[in-house]
Structure formats: structure tokens, C-alpha cells
Design a protein around this ligand. Structure first.
Ligand code: NAD
Length: 393
């Protein structure tokens, strides 16, 4: 019974499930994923579970402590091999660089942990296949973090396509452009795709638009690619020379199984472009256009508007309660930010774990991550041989 004044909350009487989370990596994605987990309880009025931030993993104890306590973790691990053994952790969320996705994910799956792994799923097709085999064998839930599937405008586009509003899809063109490496004098440490894991622009951001192509249009039948490194040598901060083998830009012609065709282009040397992820789809009845830098809008042209004089692209603000993924944290009409993709993606994954629901089709599973990896490898092969290559998984 309520008393006047302060009433202590009896947490033991609250039935909602808690779910133990371990986030590996405390850099950019470690922060974005922690932010998403923390926001879940006050974004959704009925969250599937309350994420309990059990541990954050890294190597440098001092830096790790500083980040982990600010974010509210109960503890830290400086060795991921120990972290994947912690019985309090149900979900391991791998936010480490690309070359560390493989080993910890497999070890965690073998210990029965459900797995989230940042994109690209792995460095090679072989690694990706081993990761996929491991999660299938362990029968754990798995998601490759293609967060852009969970942007409300993207989900509205998918809904319109599923409902047939576009008619026959003819063409898809997508780009993901950044300027980070455009200056040849930039030290390699400042150019994310040219240092550390050296996975390149195709693996680093090209993977997002390949995933988007599959998510919106469908399975890819064949690719013809051109992959280029413009600055094969860069100086590092210490003044030494480093060979850069990773690609800095690529262009791909794509044929889809449903007969549509498309172009995909990603770049790390697009001077002036900050995070320009944009795409357009043309169908027989309508066209859709999206730009991540204006993510609360989907541009829609319908050829079926009855009044010819007002036909044209409309700028639909995707923030109403009836739009997909409307977040209850904000009243309708209030804009969402870039980080909402991760928030909705991670909440979706927890929902799948708690209620034993499939991660697909809205989430990207390790199977999707593996297929994107195959496509990226075929694009590189095509660039080397100059030939069109059919995709076989
Ligand atoms: N989905 C997206 O929008 C998006 C955006 C950026 C990066 N990414 C991906 O997320 C991943 C991480 O990228 P980031 O930008 O956060 O990198 P980052 O360099 O900022 O952070 C990487 C973290 O991993 C830790 N780490 C490295 N080696 C480790 C080891 N052996 N053991 C434990 N921890 C180790 C580092 O200490 C650091 O905390 C990459 O795979 C990247 O491609 C995804």
C-alpha cells in the first residue's frame, strides 16, 4: 500500500525477466551497443527483458574500467576467453575489429551463448562459414549487426515492397560514401579502412549496401565488380611507410534473381562525403529513395496518384505512431537519430532470444552475414578477372 513520502521499489516483486549481456570491445561500437542496451527499458513500454550489463571486454584495464563503470557494467574482462565462460552472460555481443569476429564468436557459441556480431561477419568466406556452422551446431540465436535494416524509413520501404506497392522492381542503385581517406597525406591510423584490420571499404561499408540490396530487392544472382586502391602506400603517425592492400573504392553491377538489376558503390575517398548512405528503387508502380543523412524521411513517388497535376516525389516523415519501429520514448512527430538502428536491432534480438522467435527476416542472421561475405569475395574475384561472376553459396 502506498504511503505518503518516499516509497521504496520492491524489485523482487517485479516479474520482468533480466538478461545478462557481455559486450566485447569498448570503442565506437562498444559505446553504441551499450547505449542501445541501456535505452531499451525506457524506449519500449513492454521490453522483452531488461538487459543486465554484466561485463565489458577489452585489453587495456585502465581504459576498460573507465568506460565500463561510466556505462554501468558490473565488471570487466581483459581476456575474451574468460568472458565467454561467464555463466551470468546469456548474450555475447562482439564489437571488436573485423579480424576478431571469428575466434570469440565460435568460442562463445560452443559455450551456448547467443551471439550478436558486428559486420562484416568475418574477414573471409572460410571464417564466416565456420562461424555459421558453429552457431547452427550450438543451436543458439545469432545476428550480424546490419543496423540499417532497423531504421524506420528502411522498414517502411520493406513493408511497401512486401505489399506490392512498387509493382515489378526494375532497378536498385545504392552508394555508401565517406571521405576519410581522400587526402593521401592522412596517416594510416586516421583512415579506418587502411589500418588495423585492413579489411577495406568493400568489407567495411560496402557490406551494408549489399545487405540492403538483399533485404529490399532479393537474392543476388551475379556480380561484376571493380575494386580500386588509389593510395597503395601511406605514412603512419611514426613516419614509417605502410603498404595498403585494402580497397578504397568499388563499383559493382548486380543482377538479382527476380530479374532486377542494380549498381552498388562504396568509397572511402569521396571528398566531402561524411556518411552518405543512400539508395533508390524504381518499380513499375512506384519509386522509393532514402538518404541516411536525412533518415527520418522516405521519398516516395507513386504512379497511381489520381490527380496528374500533383504527381511527384513526396517527402514522407517516418515518425508517426503507425510507422514501423516508432519508438515510444518520443511522442510521434519527433525525430529519431542514427543510433536508433542499433537500439531496435538489439531489442529485436533480445525479443528473439526470450520468446524463441526467428531473427530473420527483419534481422540479419549469421547466414545473411555469410552470404554477404560470399558476394564480397566474388566482387573481388570479378575485379581481378574482369569477368561477371555468378553467386553460389
Ligand atoms: N554497424 C555499424 O554501423 C558499424 C560502424 C562502425 C564499425 N562497425 C564495426 O564494428 C566493429 C568495431 O568497430 P569500432 O569502430 O567500434 O572499432 P574500435 O577500434 O573503435 O573499437 C574496437 C574495440 O575492440 C577492442 N579490441 C581490439 N582487440 C581486442 C582483443 N584482442 N581483445 C579484446 N578487445 C579487443 C579495442 O580495444 C576496442 O575497444 C568492426 O567490426 C567494425 O567494422 C560497425
Amino acid at each position: 500500500m502506498a504511503r505518503e513520502g518516499f516509497n521504496e521499489i520492491d524489485y523482487s516483486s517485479i516479474g520482468i525477466r533480466r538478461i545478462g549481456i557481455g559486450v566485447l570491445g569498448y570503442g565506437f561500437m562498444g559505446k553504441v551497443h551499450s547505449n542501445a542496451f541501456l535505452k531499451i527499458p525506457f524506449t519500449y513500454e513492454t521490453p522483452p527483458a531488461i538487459p543486465e550489463l554484466v561485463a565489458m571486454g577489452g585489453r587495456n584495464k585502465t581504459k576498460l574500467d573507465d568506460t565500463a563503470w561510466r556505462f554501468g557494467y558490473r565488471g570487466v574482462y581483459t581476456d575474451w576467453r574468460r568472458m565467454v565462460e561467464d555463466p551470468r552472460i546469456e548474450i555475447i555481443d562482439n564489437c571488436t575489429p573485423d579480424n576478431l569476429h571469428h575466434a570469440p564468436s565460435i568460442a562463445a557459441a560452443e559455450r551456448g551463448k547467443h551471439l550478436i556480431c558486428e559486420k562484416p561477419l568475418a574477414m573471409t568466406v572460410q571464417e564466416a562459414k565456420e562461424m555459421l556452422d558453429a552457431v547452427k551446431k550450438a543451436k543458439v540465436k545469432h545476428m550480424c549487426c546490419h543496423n540499417y535494416r532497423f531504421i524506420p524509413a528502411v522498414r517502411l520501404a520493406r513493408k511497401l515492397i512486401e505489399e506490392g506497392a512498387l509493382g515489378m522492381i526494375y532497378q536498385f542503385r545504392a552508394c555508401y560514401l565517406q571521405e576519410v581517406g581522400h587526402d593521401p597525406a592522412s596517416p594510416s591510423e586516421n583512415v579506418w579502412y587502411a589500418t588495423g584490420t585492413k579489411s577495406g571499404v568493400l568489407l567495411g561499408i560496402g557490406c551494408h549496401i549489399i545487405d540492403m540490396a538483399r533485404f529490399l530487392v532479393g537474392e543476388i544472382r551475379a556480380v561484376s565488380g571493380m575494386v580500386k586502391t588509389f593510395n597503395p602506400v601511406r605514412r603512419n603517425a611514426a613516419g614509417g611507410e605502410e603498404a595498403v592492400n585494402a580497397d578504397e573504392g568499388n563499383i559493382v553491377l548486380v543482377e538479382f534473381e527476380n530479374g532486377a538489376i542494380g549498381t552498388l558503390e562504396s568509397s572511402g575517398v569521396s571528398t566531402g562525403r561524411k556518411n552518405h548512405h543512400a539508395w533508390e528503387i524504381n518499380g513499375s508502380k512506384a519509386s522509393l529513395c532514402f538518404d541516411l543523412e536525412d533518415l527520418n524521411h522516405l521519398h516516395v513517388y507513386s504512379a497511381e496518384v489520381p490527380v496528374r497535376e500533383i504527381m511527384g516525389f513526396s517527402n514522407v516523415t517516418v515518425t508517426e505512431a503507425y510507422h514501423p519501429l516508432h519508438a515510444v520514448i518520443l511522442p510521434q512527430g519527433h525525430n529519431a537519430g542514427w543510433e536508433y538502428g542499433h537500439l531496435h536491432a538489439l531489442n529485436h534480438f533480445i525479443d528473439c532470444v526470450v520468446h524463441d522467435r526467428p531473427v530473420e527476416p527483419y534481422g540479419a542472421s549469421f547466414e545473411d552475414g555469410y552470404k554477404v561475405q560470399v558476394i564480397m569475395e566474388k566482387i573481388q574475384e570479378s575485379s581481378k578477372s574482369g569477368k561477371r561472376i555468378e553467386i553460389r553459396y
